[in-house]
Design a protein around this ligand. Structure first.
Ligand SMILES: [Zn+2]
Length: 152
């Protein structure tokens, strides 16, 4: 396991958590060299998780693709890579716990939006605008209104 920050290959495990079905383990690690913390995600065997896209086609769930989408939304926002990774892992873990092999991309989008809303409002709006394919200002205003009304 290589540290994503400095590339060093020695680290200690701080915490392990297993997905309910035991197919994956999430480990919180600390690098022995730079001391930064990161999370790894280990799968037992292969996980068949397919994402059903809007057009009906489906593709393998892609951890990196999800992380990229969230990273883009968080650009120049006070959200660090660690937090982004955590969101991705949480979502992946939730999906694995569903025991369903096929997941609509819409469901994943909603999960990301719910998480981002708590993390950073601007990142949330960015993700929502891309994800919901917003073309008009009024659609965007609708999301804004929803975001405001959901706040307690
Ligand atoms: Zn390191």
């Amino acid at each position: 396991m290589i540290c994503p920050y400095c590339g060093f290959n020695q680290n200690n495990v701080l915490e392990s958590r297993e997905a309910e079905d035991g197919k994956a383990t999430r480990r919180r690690r600390v690098c022995e060299k730079c001391g930064k913390r990161f999370t790894t995600y280990e799968r037992v065997g292969s996980i068949d998780l397919r994402v059903i896209k809007k057009d009906g086609r489906n593709e393998d769930f892609d951890h990196k693709k999800l992380a990229r989408g969230i990273t883009k939304a968080c650009w120049k926002r006070p959200v660090n890579q660690d937090q982004i990774n955590e969101v991705v892992e949480e979502i992946e873990m939730k999906l694995l716990n569903r025991k369903k092999i096929k997941v609509p991309s819409k469901d994943i989008g909603v999960m990301v939006m719910n998480r981002l809303k708590k993390l950073d409002e601007i990142a949330y709006l960015r993700f929502a605008s891309v994800y919901l394919d917003i073309q008009k200002l009024e659609d965007f205003e609708k999301i804004l209104a929803d975001a405001k009304s959901n706040k307690s």
